[in-house]
Design a protein around this ligand. Structure first.
Ligand SMILES: C[S@@+](CC[C@H](N)C(=O)[O-])C[C@H]1O[C@@H](n2cnc3c(N)ncnc32)[C@H](O)[C@@H]1O
Length: 239
């Protein structure tokens, strides 16, 4: 209508700024959305659910049950609140605890994770808690136990979809899952921005080895290659 003013709807405030979703979260959601029919009706688990955004996306895709684990109390309350607000409260279960321990003995059709796996010590960066990104010197302090425990938590035919920095030795992850009779494939590779603050904390020998290979620097701006990988049953007759 002539003379009418556009209605500007202010964005809803992010519940906990330290838990704001990242580019890793976005890439994980992109891969899950691309294969939505495999989410419908699935019992899903997310290890390290943070804000709850990935569980919310899985709920919107029609998952039957949403279980989220996080070591931080505020991540559990933020996820609980988000899933309630979006109408997924009745199918949600949020558990505070370490990695897969709270679901010992249980199996899921789909397990997702964007674990802390940046090769650096546990420090607070960019307003994030020290538990957000740090994966120890090789980036694998949580990734390795997660991969080792996966086979015990996947239902028959089940799969995992996880974020995996390209500079965290994908070959090693491939070998680890193969040892449990599973196989790994890269579903998406994309670039994510790495802040100067974060790059400065990166394990020096990994940065040296990966600079120009999986880490791309343009003056003060740095980007790292990120894979979203799918882990599932090994194909019959080979890996
Ligand atoms: C990179 S964030 C990912 C958060 C969310 N999934 C996302 O994609 O935005 C990693 C999450 O793992 C959680 N975390 C760290 N150590 C953990 C552990 N030992 N067990 C369970 N969760 C953990 C952190 O609190 C954080 O929420």
């Amino acid at each position: 209508m002539p003379g009418s003013r556009p209605v500007i709807v202010p964005p809803a405030p992010v519940a906990v700024p330290a838990l704001r979703p990242s580019e890793y979260t976005a890439a994980l959601i992109q891969v899950l959305r691309a294969d939505a029919s495999r989410v419908r009706g699935a019992r899903v688990l997310e290890v390290g659910c943070g804000s709850g955004a990935v569980l919310a996306a899985l709920g919107a895709l029609g998952a039957a049950h949403l279980c989220g684990i996080d070591i931080e109390d505020n991540a559990i309350s933020a996820s609980t609140q988000l899933l309630e607000e979006l109408g997924h409260g009745a199918i949600s279960e949020l558990l505070c605890g370490d990695m897969l321990r709270p679901v010992a003995g249980r199996r899921f059709d789909l397990i997702v994770a964007n674990l802390p796996h940046f090769p650096m010590p546990a420090v607070e960066i960019g307003g994030r808690l020290p538990t957000w990104s740090a994966g120890g010197a090789d980036g694998r302090s949580l990734l390795d136990p997660f991969l080792a425990g996966l086979a015990d938590h996947l239902a028959p035919g089940g799969r995992a979809v996880i974020a995996h920095n390209a500079f965290d030795d994908l070959g090693r992850s491939r070998d680890r899952v193969a040892a449990s009779g599973l196989s790994l494939r890269v579903a998406l590779t994309t670039l994510v921005y790495i802040s100067p603050e974060k790059l400065a904390r990166m394990t020096a020998e990994i940065l040296r080895a990966e600079d120009g290979r999986t880490i791309h620097r343009y003056g003060p701006y740095s980007f790292g290659e990120l894979h979203i990988v799918e882990i599932g049953p090994a194909p019959e007759g080979g890996s």
